[in-house]
Design a protein around this ligand. Structure first.
Ligand code: ADP
Ligand code: MG
Ligand code: ZN
Length: 491
C-alpha cells in the first residue's frame, strides 16, 4: 500500500500535477523491423538472431513494410498528421543488450505528429495531445541471477533485438493520476481495435514511462519533472504517479527543489526510488542512419492504409447506443474488446430485444464473471446463449428467477446456456384446461382491459398473455397461451 501522505488536503490543493506519458508498443509483425528473423515472444534465448539484428559489421538493414503499415495505421487512429517523408536516425548509447551500440529510431522527422485522443473526464471528455508517434527498434534483454551474491550472473538474450516498436509521446496535458490511467486505457483500446499490437504488458508489448512535475495552481511555468520508468501495469502507473505527486509536493513544501531524474517504482512498497539523475541531459548524438533511405509513405499508400481502418471504439459506442437503444454504460461494457462487440452485434441483430441482451450482459453476466475471476472471453455462456436467454425472457417463457438459476448452473458446470436450458428448462404447462382457468382468472380481474379489447384495441391481448404467464410462474406454453387468450377474448 502507498505510504499515507503527511500533507493536509489544503496543501495538496495548492498544487497542480503536470503529466506526460511515453508509451512503447511492440507491433504485431511476424518478423523484425530490419531483418527476416522471427519476432515471436518466448523462444529459447538467442535463437532468433542474424547478422543484421546482432549488428555484425557490414550487415545492412531492410525495412519491414508491414511494420510501416501498422505504425501508420496506429498514427492515423490517434489523429496524427502523417509525414510523407520521415527519417530513421541512430540513437547512440552503450548497453550490453544493444550489440550495435545504437538503436535505430526516428528523431527530428517522426512518422506522425500533432495527434490527440479524447478521454472520459469528470466534466464530459478531455482532449489530450499526442506530440509524436515514431518508429524504432527494440533492444535485447538482460536477465540477472543471484543478485548481490558471489555467484551474481547476467545473461543476455538478443531475440528481442530489432523487433519493431512505435513510441507514442503525449503532450504534458494530463493533470491527474486518474487521467493518466484513462489515457493509457484508451490508447490500449485503440491499438487493440486496430490490431497493430497485442498490448500484452506481461510480455512487455506495451510499456510506459510516466513524466510528472507539480506547480502551484495558476503558475505558468512547469516544474522540474521526474520520469518514472517502465511500470508494468496501468494500476501501478496510477499508484506511482499518486505517490510521486505527493513526494514532489513534500519536497517543495519543505523548502527543497525537485531534481530532474529517472525514478523506479516499487509496487510492493508503493513508492518510487531515484535511479539516475538527468541533471545533465544525456546526449545520444542522433544522426540520420546512412544505411537507411528516408521513409516515404506516399499519399496513395496512406490511402491504402487508411482503407483498412476499423471502426474505432469511441465511434462504435456512439453508434451502438443509437442502434440498439442501450445506455453509455452498456456500450462501454459491450465494446471492451472488438471480438466481444462483434459477438454482441451478431446476437443483437438476431434477438427480439437487443436492449434485453445488453441488460443480461450487465445484470447477470458481468457480476458472475467477476466473482469467478474470469475475463469476458472465458465466459461459459456465449453471446448466442445470452441472446437465447433474452428471447425466452422476452416471450415470458422464462421467469427472471429461473433465468438466474440457469445462469448459475452454467457457471457451475461450465456449459453454455443452450445446453443447460435444454436439460433443465422449466416444465411447460401445455394442458389447455389448466391454462384456460388462469386466463379466466385474469379476464375476471381486468374488466377495463377486456372492454378495450372488445372495443377494437387488439394489442391489449399481449397484456392478458403477460398476466396469465405471470400467474403460471412463467411455465405456460407460450404458443398455446397466445392462442387461448385470443380465443377467450374473442369468444
Ligand atoms: P525528455 O527529453 O526528458 O525525454 P521530452 O521533452 O521528450 O523530455 O518529454 C518527454 C515526456 O515528458 C513527454 O510526454 C512530455 O509531455 C513530458 N513532459 C515534458 N516536460 C514535462 C514537465 N515539466 N512535467 C511533466 N511532464 C513533462
Ligand atoms: Mg523523450
Ligand atoms: Zn535478425
Amino acid at each position: 500500500m502507498p505510504a499515507t501522505s503527511i500533507l493536509s488536503p489544503e496543501i495538496l490543493a495548492k498544487y497542480e500535477p503536470v503529466i506526460g506519458l511515453e508509451v512503447h508498443v511492440q507491433l504485431l509483425t511476424e518478423t523484425k523491423a530490419f531483418c527476416g528473423c522471427s519476432a515471436r515472444f518466448g523462444s529459447a534465448p538467442n535463437t532468433q538472431v542474424c547478422p543484421v539484428c546482432l549488428g555484425l559489421p557490414g550487415a545492412l538493414p531492410v525495412l519491414n513494410r508491414r511494420a510501416v503499415e501498422f505504425a501508420t495505421l496506429a498514427a492515423m487512429a490517434l489523429h496524427c498528421r502523417i509525414n510523407e517523408t520521415s527519417v530513421f536516425a541512430r540513437k547512440n548509447y552503450f548497453y550490453p543488450d544493444l550489440p550495435k551500440g545504437y538503436q535505430i529510431s526516428q528523431f527530428d522527422k517522426p512518422l506522425g505528429e500533432h495527434g490527440w485522443i479524447d478521454v472520459p473526464a469528470p466534466a464530459g471528455t478531455k482532449r489530450i495531445g499526442i506530440t509524436r508517434l515514431h518508429m524504432e527498434e527494440d533492444a535485447g534483454k538482460s536477465m540477472h541471477e543471484g543478485f548481490h551474491d558471489s555467484r551474481e550472473r547476467t545473461y543476455i538474450d538478443l531475440n528481442r533485438c530489432g523487433t519493431p516498436l512505435v513510441e507514442i509521446v503525449s503532450e504534458p496535458d494530463i493533470r491527474s493520476a486518474d487521467e493518466a490511467y484513462e489515457y493509457l486505457t484508451r490508447i490500449k483500446e485503440i491499438l487493440l481495435y486496430t490490431a497493430v499490437s497485442d498490448c500484452n504488458m506481461e510480455e512487455g508489448s506495451l510499456r510506459c514511462d510516466a513524466n510528472v512535475s507539480v506547480r502551484l495552481k495558476g503558475a505558468e511555468k512547469f516544474g522540474a519533472k521526474a520520469e518514472v520508468k517502465n511500470v508494468n501495469s496501468f494500476r501501478f502507473v496510477r499508484a506511482a504517479l499518486e505517490h510521486e505527486i505527493e513526494r514532489q509536493i513534500e519536497v517543495i513544501e519543505a523548502g527543497g527543489r525537485v531534481v530532474q531524474e529517472s525514478r523506479l517504482y516499487n509496487s510492493a512498497e508503493g513508492r518510487t526510488y531515484s535511479m539516475r539523475s538527468k541533471e545533465q541531459a544525456h546526449d545520444y548524438r542522433y544522426f540520420p542512419d546512412p544505411d537507411l533511405p528516408p521513409l516515404v509513405v506516399s499519399n496513395a499508400w496512406q490511402e491504402e492504409i487508411r482503407a483498412t481502418m476499423p471502426e474505432l471504439p469511441e465511434a462504435r459506442r456512439e453508434r451502438m447506443i443509437d442502434e440498439y437503444e442501450i445506455t453509455a454504460q452498456d456500450a462501454q461494457v459491450l465494446t471492451s474488446s472488438r471480438a466481444f462487440a462483434d459477438q454482441f452485434e451478431q446476437a443483437a441483430k438476431a434477438a427480439k430485444s437487443p436492449k434485453r441482451v445488453a441488460n443480461l450482459v450487465q445484470g447477470e453476466l458481468v457480476g458472475r464473471l467477476k466473482a469467478a475471476g474470469l475475463e469476458l472471453a472465458q465466459s461459459p455462456i456465449s453471446m448466442q446463449g445470452i441472446a437465447q436467454a433474452a428471447d425466452l425472457a422476452e416471450s415470458g417463457a422464462l421467469s427472471s428467477k429461473m433465468l438466474k438459476q440457469l445462469f448459475d448452473r452454467c457457471f457451475e458446470t461450465g456449459e453454455d446456456f443452450g445446453v443447460v436450458y435444454e436439460r433443465e428448462k422449466p416444465q411447460q404447462i401445455s394442458d389447455s384446461g389448466a391454462l384456460e382457468k388462469m386466463i379466466d382468472e385474469v379476464i375476471a380481474a381486468n374488466p377495463k382491459q377486456v372492454e378495450q379489447y372488445r372495443g377494437g384495441k387488439k394489442t391489449v391481448a399481449a397484456f392478458f398473455v403477460g398476466q396469465a404467464m405471470k400467474l403460471s410462474k412463467g411455465q405456460a406454453n407460450p404458443a398455446l397461451l397466445n392462442e387461448l387468450v385470443t380465443k377467450k377474448l374473442d369468444g
